[in-house]
Design a protein. Structure first.
Length: 166
């Protein structure tokens, strides 16, 4: 086979490959999400409060070297973070997030995708990061209008007063 024939055959093979790749990129049609729904994405890292501190006794202080004589000793561990999400009065998510880390002293983490029907909803968000058993440290109730195929990102930022919606 001469050089022109080889180049022509190579061009035909590359053209068939390109057309096949183009066809498979649009067909078969795949929808990863129903067209009449929206998505709420709850994602944050937040450290619960430290479990507790206690005062050292005078005997304990006397046993320590002078540079280590702090009056209080605090446990490294943090409390778990409890988070709840309710949509139109129905509890959709309720989780207790343990602290990460070898000593349980790092932040708790969550990432959840919650598909919901599009339209107007009342969103209630609650978070507890203290050692108490009942009640909430942070709460937010907001009306949202979720368009079809849209995402609502929910974050938690203590420095901004609690839950942040984007």
């Amino acid at each position: 086979m001469n050089k022109i024939g080889a180049y022509l055959l190579q061009a035909v093979i590359w053209a068939v490959f390109a057309v096949t790749l183009g066809v498979l990129s649009v067909w078969p049609e795949y929808r990863h999400f129903p067209p009449d729904q929206a998505m709420i994405k709850l994602s944050f890292n937040h450290g619960g409060q430290k479990k507790g501190c206690r005062d050292r006794t005078p005997e304990e202080l006397a046993k320590l070297s002078p540079q280590m004589r702090t009056k209080q000793v605090c446990d490294r561990a943090r409390t778990p973070v409890t988070v709840e999400l309710a949509l139109d009065g129905t509890l959709v998510l309720s989780e207790v997030l343990p602290p990460r880390g070898l000593s349980g002293d790092s932040q708790s983490m969550i990432y959840r995708r919650i598909p919901v029907p599009s339209g107007k909803h009342v969103l209630e968000l609650r978070l507890r990061d203290s050692p108490r058993e009942t009640g909430w440290d942070f709460e937010r109730r907001i009306e949202v209008d979720l368009a079809p195929l849209r995402n609502l990102a929910v974050d938690f930022r203590k420095e901004f007063g609690g839950f942040v919606l984007r």
